[in-house]
Design a protein around this ligand. Structure first.
Ligand code: ADP
Ligand code: MG
Length: 694
């Protein structure tokens, strides 16, 4: 239950003076449903209205305020011209102007002979000083209606800036003083951090032009609150998971050894290390919740095979869940020979399996005949029962957010959980998103791979590329040809890919294939199979090849209008080639002119193959959220914090949160009540629900 003191903040915005149903609707478009959302609306910028230069000294383009006397009104002489009002002060004349001004209204606002204070942006041209659509017109006795420093908020159609500001002032009035949740020691160290309510006041009724700056104490305080709330939620999830027993999975190692013997290669040092981490986690009677990060091609699947086998050795079953059907089948395909060698029975279950087939698989799962099952979300639907589910492996973590993890955690048998992601995540992000998990990193690639040569060239070299492709076809090679992501809309992307497909087909005939996201799964699978066995040599594609395609024979990756792709995405695409001992190339075609960021992105890609470095660079260049898949990852939208910059605050929040979760996991201690309020303020209700009392 939400504490009562917070009720006024969780009321709908229409409780505020000046907010009717219409305004409330517009506020909601800005993401403000509750009063609290208004408080947490960070201004974009500040306008300084303190300058009172006198009309004659006004600077072109500057915002200024003037105390003037109204002279006369001049309605527009013809349509399309503005309504003008001439005013003056001791220093000179000023023309106020309105397009579509309403004469009666303006006459009431500015009666000739009266004094007024006007504030707005000054324009000077050829001796004239003008103010188009003044922001404020008030009589001298109401001078304080013009804010000295005015916050500017995000706008939406149909919502006047003044209405929004007024609503926010109303929200401030409803904001209670709250007990401090920040550790006194930290507050002391961060001297100058105001209390929560004061910080909000400073933001919305600024007296200082620097209040929005990165290092402003008020912004820092609010950013820290935000980060702390999330870190605390994650830390509590983690603490509560640990408090309940999980499965202790051990075995005699014979089946694992069989897999190692059956593998056509020696595991890399990183694979050995990571499997040891997983093994140790599985062995203790706590629920494993581990994130395995490994660049494309780092050999995650093999680690998954080892972990799955370990679970079976311990007498349990393992479910491996992939985001798409094609990936699920691919996993099954690559796991099959290994698992068979260890005498394990493998099954597949996707949405496609219906009727008798499905019933048979469900039966075998329930009776324990199937040891390891690969599948999609279908694995966790109603009606799917396991004999003894001990380990869940989820591939491509970025599609599973914190709430998915919580759901899995709360479900039944408490199996161990291993999530694998090919998205290299910078440390800061990993902390922010996966603070409840333990991290393992596959930071070494299997040997025997030839580095991919990456070339960046303008689109007018297309002919060269095509003739190179011709030669490749002649030599029996394989290439991907990825078409630009034009509008992030399937339809438009597809048109571009179809054009290229027909174009190449006209030249090279039937060895060209086209694959895209709208194809049914079995068709995609047929195409990727044909590509694998060489019936198709050039696979024209939208970004569907990005996840999972594993065709070692492919040695060339062409990406058209590469400048339109994110860096991490390009890296993933490039990872589709260079999977064998033959020399591979990635050709990045761009359409000039390149923006500075695009140029840096392509350059980074050409210069390095280190996924973590690429992720960091991408993040810095594009800001967070654009990092491949991070948007779907459940990464919260921050209102005050900027993860790229607030790294220090995040580290502090992380340390504090873990400390709190350790010493007071039910938040019943001295600062407990205040911390609960913090969790509610930032909508971490899920975490509060974990707390045993209240
Ligand atoms: P990821 O899933 O991390 O992208 P995969 O597990 O698909 O990588 O591995 C890519 C390829 O490398 C596969 O063909 C796999 O058989 C091979 N591979 C995995 N581990 C090793 C290793 N230690 N030595 C050589 N090849 C390996
Ligand atoms: Mg993989």
């Amino acid at each position: 239950m939400r504490p009562q003191i917070l009720f006024p903040l969780f009321a709908d915005t229409d409780v505020l003076a000046g907010v009717g149903p219409k305004v409330a609707q517009n506020l909601e478009k800005l993401g403000a449903k509750h009063v609290l959302d208004l408080l947490f609306m960070m201004p974009n910028s500040l306008v300084d209205r303190r300058s009172r230069p006198g009309v004659a000294n006004a600077i072109d383009g500057q915002i200024a305020s003037f105390e003037v006397e109204v002279e006369d009104h001049a309605p527009p002489p013809r349509r399309g011209l503005p309504y003008r009002v001439r005013v003056h002060d001791d220093t000179g004349f000023l023309t106020l102007a309105w397009f579509h001004g309403r004469p009666d209204y303006l006459m009431r606002q500015l009666p000739p002979g009266e004094k007024r204070i006007v504030s707005g942006k000054v324009e000077r041209f050829s001796g004239d000083i003008q103010m188009l659509h003044p922001d404020y017109i008030v009589s001298p006795q109401n001078a304080d209606e013009i804010p000295a420093i005015e916050p500017v908020y995000p706008m939406t159609q149909g919502l006047a800036a003044k209405t929004l500001r007024k609503a926010i002032v109303g929200a401030l009035e409803r904001a209670p003083e709250l007990e401090e949740w920040i550790d006194p020691g930290l507050l002391l160290a961060e001297q100058g951090w105001p209390a929560w309510r004061e910080a909000l006041m400073a933001l919305h009724q600024p007296t200082d032009l620097h209040v929005l700056d990165e290092d402003s104490p008020s912004r820092c305080r609010l950013a820290y609150d935000e980060l702390l709330s999330r870190q605390l939620a994650l830390a509590l999830v983690r603490a509560h998971r640990r408090a309940k027993p999980g499965l202790a999975l051990t075995g005699d190692g014979r089946k694992v050894q069989a897999i190692l013997d059956a593998a056509p290669f020696t595991p890399t040092g990183a694979q050995v290390r990571v499997f040891a981490e997983i093994e140790a986690d599985m062995a203790i009677p706590e629920r494993m919740m581990r994130l395995l990060q490994g660049d494309v091609g780092s050999g995650k699947t093999f680690v998954a095979a080892l972990a799955a086998t370990r679970a079976v050795e311990a007498g349990g079953q393992c479910a491996l869940m992939a985001p798409t059907e094609i990936l699920a089948r691919q996993h099954a395909h690559s796991l099959a020979p290994l698992l068979e060698a260890a005498g394990l029975k493998l099954g597949i279950l996707t949405g496609r399996d219906k009727g008798k087939d499905r019933a048979r698989i469900l039966d075998q799962l329930k009776s324990g005949k199937i040891d390891v099952i690969c599948g999609t979300h279908a694995l966790f639907q109603e009606g799917v029962e396991f004999h003894n589910l001990a380990l869940v492996i989820i591939d491509e973590q970025h599609r599973f957010g914190v709430s998915d993890r919580l759901r899995l955690t709360q479900k039944g048998a408490r199996p161990d959980l291993l999530v694998m992601t090919a998205t290299p995540i910078p440390r800061t992000l990993a902390l922010a998103v996966y603070g409840d998990m333990d991290l393992s990193k596959l930071d070494e690639k299997p040997p025997g791979r030839t580095p991919v040569t990456t070339r960046v060239m303008p689109l007018d070299r297309l002919e060269d590329v095509i003739s190179r492709i011709g030669k490749l076809i002649h030599d029996g090679g394989r290439a991907y040809w990825v078409c630009p992501l034009v509008e992030e809309s399937d339809k438009v992307d597809l048109a571009a890919a179809e054009d290229r497909y027909h174009d190449l087909k006209a030249r090279f005939g039937n060895c060209i294939g086209l694959i895209h996201g709208r194809l049914p799964a079995h068709e995609k699978e047929r195409l990727s199979q044909a590509f694998k066995n060489g019936d198709i040599q050039i696979l024209v594609a939208t970004t569907v090849v990005e996840v999972g395609m594993d065709v070692p024979e492919a040695s060339v990756m062409v990406i058209e209008q590469a400048e339109r792709f994110g860096l991490a995405q390009l890296h993933q695409l490039r990872g589709r080639v260079g999977r064998s001992s033959q020399a591979s190339a990635c050709l990045l075609l761009y359409k000039p002119p390149l923006s500075e960021t695009a140029r840096k992105r392509l350059e980074t890609l050409r210069n390095t193959d280190d996924g973590f470095l690429i992720a960091e660079t991408d993040w810095k260049l594009r800001g967070m959220g654009d990092l491949l898949g991070m948007r779907q990852s459940g990464l919260p939208r921050n209102r005050f914090a900027r993860l790229e910059r607030d790294t220090d605050l995040l580290e502090i929040a992380n340390t504090q949160a873990r400390l709190i979760a350790q010493t007071d996991p039910d938040l019943t201690g001295k600062r407990g009540a205040a911390l609960r309020q913090l969790l509610y303020l930032f909508e971490q209700d899920q975490a509060v629900r974990l707390l045993s009392s209240g």
